[in-house]
Ligand binder design. Structure first.
Ligand SMILES: Cc1cc2nc3c(=O)[nH]c(=O)nc-3n(C[C@H](O)[C@H](O)[C@H](O)COP(=O)(O)OP(=O)(O)OC[C@H]3O[C@@H](n4cnc5c(N)ncnc54)[C@H](O)[C@@H]3O)c2cc1C
Length: 467
């Protein structure tokens, strides 16, 4: 092929990029394109943190491409219109892109295939974001898995592909093309950035991976549970934006594991399992697209949630009176990130203590999170609410105080985000209501609900549906 347009989507990197390396291999000229779609600024889930991370990742991609001698073309508008027009302008025979798995993007890709076909241009999609996609891992009966453990066993039984080679310099001189300006910050689009977000771009992602695999991965199995410890890889925003390739992570993990003691290797395995959870939820989204609209188990769409706007506002703003929940929510609002253990605690609290529909929380998370991802977020919420695939059974209800005492025993995380509790002892910081005088002095709120009471109501709510 003479000319191919590589359309960057959630793969904002020059190394280990399947569609990009295929384009470079098969075409004389590759035109790197990023489309700033209208939906990036108008969609219901748009949030300043993720938008800022996206804009910074594209800027970094532009630099990385520039260092290799390529020029990133940016166009703003609708991909269905931009792609055929650019193909005509450049004489490209095909557009290459890496596959997306959300139902709405798959519908859009079908429309694009047609629009390009009508213009006589090919549209090739490649598996890149995952190791095993959609229907590549099925049960013996040929059905998608809905339980994680057997899925992960089947996933691990297959050989993992190696990373793709990095993009080289252009084979021939590329014509100069018009490129639209991108907004510098989400503020310009009406989304004021108040959060301090992590560093974006491919270099930042590779550096995170390097540092994580040089040590923390060996204690990940234990440390990952403690919010005050930075025990995770922090790679989720990069995996979402595609500033790191999954094959690269797995190849480097394999090397780290080869030097590990048996205990450290077990920790590496726990990390691998988390990466497989990511793919598990992506295949759930593809095979059961109804999860984007309701419960995985349809009977749970009949649950009578008590949707209570004031309680919801208290949850969002971190003033429920439960320190671990409030510290987690204030952290989310200030940084666009939240530790996995805390995501489970606040999600269970919203659904099983406040009895508020999980979709309210799912939406709030998507707006706030820098790593907001439809598959992982929906999976996490349905797991916590007890309505999803392989979900926590409805009767398993986290007690926020005992969770806090177990995973933030000295209140280190809570103290970081709730300075008003500084005078409480380690013993009482997770249950300040036990010292009413100090609580009144601290200005920290009273509990808006009582866990033991709400637990009973939650069990009733589920039993009414289960019969
Ligand atoms: C209610 C709820 C909502 C969530 N929403 C999101 C979301 O929008 N985006 C998101 O990436 N993760 C989400 N998660 C999963 C998890 O909390 C984050 O992936 C993790 O906290 C990111 O930190 P890390 O990069 O240090 O992860 P690590 O612990 O280092 O894990 C490595 C990678 O594995 C993947 N991963 C880890 N845990 C999960 C999981 N349970 N499900 C799917 N993938 C996982 C992520 O890509 C992560 O970067 C959610 C979990 C819950 C309970």
């Amino acid at each position: 092929m003479k000319t191919v347009i590589h359309w960057f989507r959630r793969d904002l990197r020059v190394s280990d990029n399947v569609a990009l390396s295929e384009a470079a291999r098969r075409a004389e000229t590759v035109i790197p394109l990023f489309i700033f779609e209208d939906a990036f600024r108008t969609g219901p889930d748009v949030g300043a943190a993720r938008l800022a991370f996206l804009l910074q990742s594209v800027e970094s991609l532009r630099k990385n491409l520039g260092e290799l001698g390529h020029t990133l073309i940016v166009r703003c508008g609708k991909s269905e219109e931009i792609l055929p027009a650019l193909a005509q302008e450049t004489g490209a025979q095909a557009v290459f892109a890496n596959k997306r798995y959300e139902p709405y993007t798959q519908r859009r890709d079908e429309r694009i295939t047609k629009a390009l076909l009508d213009a006589g241009v090919g549209f090739e999609l490649f598996k890149d974001a995952v190791i095993w996609e959609e229907t590549e891992i099925l049960t013996q009966a040929g059905k998608p898995y809905t339980v994680f453990t057997p899925y992960s066993k089947a996933w691990k039984a297959k050989a993992i592909p190696a990373p793709r080679s990095r993009l080289g310099s252009p084979k021939s001189k590329v014509q100069s093309l018009k490129s639209d300006a991108l907004p510098q910050t989400p503020d310009e689009l009406g989304y004021p950035l108040t959060q301090k977000i992590p560093a974006a771009g491919e270099r930042a992602a590779l550096e995170l991976l390097r540092r994580f695999l040089a040590g923390p991965v060996y204690d990940y199995g234990t440390n990952r549970n403690f919010p005050a410890v930075d025990g995770g890889s922090n790679l989720s925003p990069h995996l979402r934006a595609g500033t790191i390739g999954i094959r690269t992570i797995l190849a480097e993990l394999k090397k780290a594991r080869e030097q590990a003691t048996p205990a450290q290797a077990a920790s590496c395995e726990v990390f691998l399992n988390e990466l497989i959870w990511r793919e598990f939820y992506m295949q759930v989204l593809h095979n059961f697209p109804h999860v984007t609209k309701g419960a995985f188990r349809p009977e749970y769409d009949q649950l009578k949630w008590s949707d209570h706007p004031e309680h919801f506002a208290a949850w969002c703003e971190g003033r429920t009176g439960y320190p671990i929940v409030d510290a987690a929510m204030r952290c989310l609002n200030a940084t666009g990130t939240m530790h996995n253990r805390l995501r489970m605690i606040v999600a269970m609290f919203l659904t099983k203590d406040l009895l508020i529909h999980w979709q309210w929380g799912e939406r709030y998370f998507m707006k706030q999170l820098v790593d907001g991802d439809m598959a992982a977020n929906n999976g996490g919420w349905q797991w916590s609410a007890g309505t999803g695939t392989d979900a926590a059974p409805y009767f398993r209800i986290f007690n926020p105080t005992s969770q806090a005492e177990k995973f933030d025993a000295k209140g280190e995380f809570v103290r970081r985000w709730l300075p008003e509790l500084k005078d409480f002892t380690n013993e009482l910081i997770q249950q300040p209501w036990e010292n009413p005088l100090l609580l009144a002095k601290s200005k920290y709120p009273q509990r808006i609900v009582l866990h033991e009471e709400q637990r009973g109501k939650c069990l009733e709510m589920f039993k009414a549906v289960k019969g």
